[in-house]
Ligand binder design. Structure first.
Ligand SMILES: [Zn+2]
Ligand SMILES: [Zn+2]
Length: 171
């Protein structure tokens, strides 16, 4: 059984902070492109369902799935954040139009310089798995998703009691 330790790590790799910066950057880009002062949306990180992100147009709010974000940060910054922010921008500027119509495509391509893909290629398996394989120097340990997430968020490290090596997730 692994033992638990608190780890003191810097928070530079915090995915939620990275997303908040990314949101601000895209709102600023759109504001300057259209010369229109777009309001910053409220950003939430609720983990429900399997949607990577959801734009709530009438609340000027966007939700990003906390667990999917932890495991797909790169896709969020390059794809999911621009996709959802584009929905808010289109709603503010053009009102009721097709969700992924030409206004949305314009914002994605011309304003954000992104590929206007409607679906995201995300690893959804993280939502289904109950245990995770972690390796030390001597064996494989099964960790719960709760512990796995704590490790991925750099809140905890775990060591093998026998060999005392830090556990790392199996590829
Ligand atoms: Zn969409
Ligand atoms: Zn070991």
């Amino acid at each position: 059984m692994p033992t638990m330790q608190n780890a003191l790590t810097s928070s530079t790799a915090d995915p939620q902070s990275a997303v908040l910066l990314c949101v601000d950057k895209h709102i600023a880009k759109a504001s300057s492109y259209f010369d229109y002062p777009l309001r910053k949306p409220q950003v939430t990180f609720r983990a429900s369902g399997t949607r990577a992100g959801t734009a709530f147009l009438h609340q000027n709010r966007v939700n990003f799935h906390r667990i999917l974000l932890q495991h797909n940060l790169h896709t969020y910054l390059s794809d999911v954040v621009p996709h959802e922010i584009a929905h808010l921008v289109v709603h503010s500027l053009f009102g009721r139009v097709q969700p992924h119509g030409r206004e949305w495509k314009l914002v994605m391509q011309s304003v954000f310089g992104c590929r206007p893909s409607v679906t995201h290629t995300l690893d959804l398996s993280v939502l289904e798995r109950k245990t995770w394989d972690y390796q030390c120097a001597c064996t494989t340990h099964q960790l719960t998703t709760r512990r796995h997430n704590a490790i991925q968020q750099k809140k905890r490290i775990y060591r093998c009691q026998r060999c005392e090596n830090i556990l790392t997730v199996s590829p």
